[in-house]
Write a protein that binds this ligand. Structure first.
Ligand SMILES: Nc1ncnc2c1ncn2[C@@H]1O[C@H](COP(=O)(O)OP(=O)(O)OP(=O)(O)O)[C@@H](O)[C@H]1O
Ligand SMILES: [Mg+2]
Length: 419
């Protein structure tokens, strides 16, 4: 049989919601915290920036523990303007799955008597008469028998602005204390992005009741350097079997520009893998500029345009602004003050800043009040943070200090117009 090479898109899957087992990178701290949480009687809350790996994490851990998982998508609840509507959807999906399972069983030649006996037993449950949440719990318990079962409420962020739905959610959590509802023994796993957590709690009636029943998991954030390295190694060497030169520089570049956010690492690697595919399945560091361009174009185009619009003039004032943008990309902390940026600008561009006042407060303020601000005041107001973490990645991938010695103060952008 002819050996067939794997395709890049089967290996690097930035938007896959199902876990690809051969590419899953272990995250021991998060996994064991979640495993411990699942042994408590509390409902759990997982939060982390979009693309940080929340969905893959819970799917993998629940599968490892052989716990049944049922997923209600709050994005659907938002679209249908009701959490109950999404619970009803879930019940219908379960019912359909059962019926398909039954017809497959008979098709497969299982003794009709046994099979129909099983179905008869199951169809004694009529969910239609129960209110949707109870119907959902009942359907889950019915399907899972005595096994531990978890109802995931994913994408909490989609109901962030909908007071009614937030109230419904709080009621659902409170209801699970009621004897009748508790008897189904189904716990909740709520999944969302960090900013919404505060809002979620603020908007919640019976705050203490609800907070007492929820256990927060540690934030799911960027991968460690080791995990990022494992992901890149696994993808390019084990799965794609590429010939890789300078793997350390490649890893260090990718972990820098993507800020080690799993979804972004996959996106970047996918672009690099496509380039490698047309380079006889070989990659090395000289291909990174091209990969940067494709990644900027495919995944960060909107951010690129905003940054570009802030730097397309050439007087000194703009020169300073470009230096500021470049320096913002170098910031590693969540929040930063103008003095932190000034320190970086002076260090990176010593000749053009010596003995001069830099006006960083004005420049940062300008960057934060435009129509599309790339930074915003931190909640306390005494510092700044990025308005979207993608801006930091975009700045890192798109800006370069000029290599021309005569213009050591200037910053250049990587042009993506030819891509
Ligand atoms: N442990 C992991 N190992 C390897 N890749 C991962 C891992 N976790 C996540 N990824 C990659 O990152 C992508 C995004 O992960 P996931 O969908 O879990 O993020 P999320 O936090 O749920 O995002 P969102 O908030 O947008 O739903 C996945 O499709 C996968 O490509
Ligand atoms: Mg998710």
């Amino acid at each position: 049989m002819l050996w067939k090479n794997k395709e890049p898109e089967k290996v690097f899957t930035p938007r896959a919601s199902d876990v690809n087992e051969s590419m899953y990178v272990n995250r021991p701290d998060l996994e064991s915290a979640l495993k411990r949480g699942l042994r408590s009687s509390m409902h759990l809350l997982i939060y982390g920036e979009s693309g940080s790996g929340k969905t893959w994490l819970y799917k993998r851990v629940l599968k490892d523990l052989d716990i049944d998982v049922y997923i209600a998508n709050l994005a659907n609840a938002s679209r249908l303007k009701s959490i109950n509507a999404e619970f009803s959807n879930l019940v219908n999906r379960e019912q359909q799955a059962r019926e398909t399972g039954y017809s497959e069983m008979t098709k497969a030649g299982v003794s009709a008597g046994v099979a129909s006996g099983g179905l008869q037993h199951q169809s004694q449950y009529t969910f239609g008469e129960m209110e949707p949440f109870e119907a959902c719990l009942s359907s889950i318990r019915n399907r899972s028998n005595n096994k531990q079962a978890i109802l995931v409420l994913d994408n909490l962020e989609s109901i962030r602005a909908e007071q009614n739905l937030l109230t419904d959610l709080a009621n659902v959590i409170t209801l699970l204390d009621d004897e009748r509802y508790a008897s189904y023994k189904v716990n909740l796993l709520i999944v969302g992005v960090p900013g919404d957590l505060r809002q979620y709690y603020q908007a919640t009636p019976n705050l203490t009741t609800v907070a007492n029943r929820i256990r927060e998991m540690p934030e799911v954030s960027r991968m460690t350097l080791e995990q990022c390295k494992n992901l890149i190694y696994q993808g390019f060497i084990k799965e794609l079997k590429y010939d890789v030169d300078d793997i350390d520089s490649i890893i260090s570049h990718i972990s820098w520009v993507t800020d080690r956010l799993p979804q972004r690492i996959h996106e970047y690697c996918l672009e690099l893998a496509f380039i490698g595919e047309s380079n006889s399945r070989k990659i090395n560091r000289s291909l990174l500029d091209e990969a940067d361009k494709f990644w900027l174009k495919q995944s960060l185009a909107a951010n690129y345009t905003v940054i570009e619009s802030m730097m397309n003039e050439r007087d000194t004032k703009v020169g300073r602004r470009n230096q500021t943008l470049y320096s913002l990309g170098l910031i590693e902390t969540e929040e930063f003050k103008w003095s932190d940026i000034e320190e970086i600008v002076r260090k990176e561009f010593p000749t053009s800043t010596d003995n001069l006042t830099l006006n960083l407060p004005q420049i940062l303020s300008w960057l934060s009040v435009r129509e599309n601000p790339i930074i915003k005041r931190s909640p306390k107001g005494d510092a700044y943070c990025f308005s979207d973490p993608k801006y930091r990645m975009c700045l890192r991938a798109m800006l370069r200090k000029s290599s021309n010695l005569d213009s050591s103060h200037s910053v250049e952008k990587l042009s993506i117009s030819q891509i």
